[in-house]
Design a protein around this ligand. Sequence first.
Ligand code: IPM
Ligand code: MN
Length: 353
Amino acid sequence: MGKTYRIAVVAGDGTGPEVIREGIKVIDTLSRKSDFKIDWIYYNLGGEQYKKCQEILPDSVLAELRKVDAIYLGAIGHPDVKPGILEKGLLLRLRFELDQYINLRPVKLYPNVASPLKDKTPEQIDFVVVRENTEGMYCGAGGFLRKGTPQETAVQESINTRFGVERCIRYAFELTKKRNKQKKLTLCGKTNVLTYAFDLWERAFYHVAKEYPGVKPDYAHVDATCMWMVKNPEWFDVIVTDNLFGDIITDLGAMIQGGMGIAAGGNINPNGVSMFEPIGGSAPKYTNQNVINPLAAICAGGMMLETIGETAAGQKIEAAVIKCLSTGKIKSLAAGRMGLTTTEMGDFVATNL
Ligand code: IPM
Ligand code: MN
């Protein structure tokens, strides 16, 4: 008998519920043909819920989420809620509380997908960004002085602990070794200006590198990383970087792989509860129109299965997505231009498993 996993579903705001529904459809279809079962546990969290009861993430819910096998997240963000409230109160809080210290974001161009990089092939756009996910500029350290006066001052600090940086770097080295491609790990930083934070990063990086003689350590400043992601993406195998740089370069990464419609990510605690999400937002203007692209959510579902231990099943999802794309029936990955509805896209992947 196979295993039964308990997975929390936080579909969230906007188009989140629509894309997550398709991801669940695909995983359930696969589960019926496989040896594992999923118990989906639905949580109603997000902007609507916050407007109703002024609560974002009750402690009792957080306590339950600590006990599930994984979390499947749609999107967070509501047009009526001031920016920052839900992001900090739900998404970032979950990442921090559950110590999901890795944000894993593959940048992979699938066949038949139009990249804005016109001469690049799927072989040339295939790397993974390992973004530190619990420290850096995201800690909320800092404050105001004389706020609201002409002399006001704002300070926002980046926290980098040797412990936090080293565990992230070590994860990245392990991944590079396991991927077994170019066996090259690039540290993306800004050692020429951020001479404290990235000094620590650089020392930790070359210290850990000694444990991985088979992996080539490499370094690029973040600005140059952006340039090369466009000019020579084939130079990258795995990139490791801090929270803010990782946030920024993975939006660029999503674009070169064909857009938010296909970009998936995982917030990973290798020893705890991980959370998987399409990296795009809640797309309020497309909500409930059955036009949003669920492929990113479906791919995030595949990453989720791989992480909880159903590696073969996770790979089958990716293979099915590639198969669908290869048929040429999907006209575009952009919302409203796919040539298929959201639900049809989910069905299409499910029938190609
Ligand atoms: C992301 C998002 C979040 C981040 C926001 C919504 C807080 O942009 O997951 O990349 O900055 O991490
Ligand atoms: Mn982002």
